[in-house]
Design a protein around this ligand. Structure first.
Ligand SMILES: *Cc1c(COP(=O)(O)O)cnc(C)c1O
Ligand code: SF4
Length: 355
């Protein structure tokens, strides 16, 4: 067994263990964990400094998860776009391939709470998914997802990558993972040597809070980047965890320092069991406004709502950026709240110097 597997084996999973370690009422933890499994590995546990801190809240079960009248099990209607159980095919040219239901931690805010740690994804289901991709020539971009694909052993993951890479119409492969931040020891040199055989390969990593960017995480991301893999981040805004400008700014700056390009900042989905962590949309827009013009442009993610019911992702901008667009000019507000005018293209003959 590899070192990361030994660490994972010592994860807290049972309600009574978790209740003892975090001083909770076992009866309550038991009810939550029966509905939504918990897993807190020793590496991640060590990042917790105190009760209810931003790391604690991400992984320690909370009674409010089982009293949510707003959320639904499948808020993005993934089941509706799932031709075979391991595939979500919503956008014509891209498909998600779920390769496992296991993760290195179970995030309490997970969009796939209905699946993570619950509904197993068999090797056969994955093979059927790969067959579907092979049969659909319009798919150019395959996103390995789950669960966390990097929890698979190198050999199992490589079998999947080989088969997907073998399909002529597949241009890029992406992996969506939380592993570099949740259990960085998993990012071994061997893993990176294997992954780099399947380029063009991109990895998008889930990061929530700047305290996750540790020395071990820096090593893990540097290894992946040195294998030539472009790294992006995905961050969900969560109440009381990262829902303020300073926290997000610090996280984005730390990410670019470890060669991870901020990709998406998400409004939380309407997932059952997560309503107590949801922030207002204005909160995200205010954070975006606070970043624009104040940190490197490439440290700024897009702010995304993945629309309930399967409408797909849309990117939002603060609504007061563009004040007016008319035939003569575009009137906008810059990052210092000053108004500027940009002239439209004028027909030849009517032109005057711009002043
Ligand atoms: C998010 C998502 C993708 C990838 O979207 P990008 O904007 O290309 O990163 C693909 N398929 C599904 C179903 C998704 O939810
Ligand atoms: S690692 Fe990803 S899939 Fe797993 S529980 Fe966390 S958010 Fe969900």
């Amino acid at each position: 067994m590899e070192r990361w597997q030994h660490i994972l084996k010592k994860s807290l999973k049972e309600a009574d263990q978790i209740s003892t370690v975090f001083d909770l009422e076992n009866g309550k933890t038991d009810k939550v964990v029966a509905e939504y499994p918990a897993k807190i590995n020793p590496y991640f546990t060590a990042l917790i400094q105190k009760k209810d801190d931003p790391i604690y809240k991400q992984v320690v079960p909370d009674e409010r998860e089982i009293y949510d009248d707003v959320g639904v099990d499948d808020p993005l209607n993934e089941e509706g776009d799932s031709p075979v159980p391991s595939i979500v095919h919503r956008y014509e040219d891209r498909a998600l391939l779920m390769v496992t239901n296991q993760c290195a931690i179970y995030c309490r805010f997970c969009t796939r709470k209905r699946l993570a740690g619950k509904r197993p994804i068999s090797r056969k289901m994955v093979r059927r998914g790969i067959d579907y991709i092979r049969d659909h020539e319009e798919i150019k971009d395959v996103i390995l997802s789950g669960g966390d694909p990097l929890i698979l052993k190198d050999k199992v993951l490589e079998e999947i990558l080989e088969k997907v890479r073998d399909i002529p119409h597949i241009e890029i492969i992406r992996i969506g993972t939380r592993m570099p931040g949740a259990l960085p020891q998993r990012i071994t040199k061997n893993l990176c040597r294997m992954l780099k055989k399947y380029h063009p390969l991109y990895i998008n990593i889930n990061f929530i809070h700047p305290r996750e960017i540790t020395r071990e995480v820096t090593t893990a991301c540097n290894r992946l980047a040195d294998a030539g893999i472009p790294l992006g981040s995905q961050t969900v805004l969560l109440k009381g965890i990262n829902d303020d400008l300073e926290t997000i700014k610090e996280l984005m700056q730390k990410l670019i320092a470890i060669r991870v390009k901020p990709y998406y900042l998400y409004q939380a989905d309407l997932t059952r069991g997560t309503d107590h962590m949801r922030t207002s949309v204005e909160c995200g827009l205010d954070i975006l406004r606070g970043l624009q013009g104040h940190i490197s442009g490439f440290a700024i993610p897009k702010f995304i709502i993945d629309l309930p019911g399967g409408g797909g992702k849309i990117s939002l901008l603060p609504s007061d950026t563009v004040i007016e667009i008319n035939e003569v000019e575009v009137i906008v507000k810059n990052y210092e709240n000053k108004i500027y005018r940009y002239p439209q293209v004028t027909p030849i003959g009517n032109r005057e110097p711009w002043k």
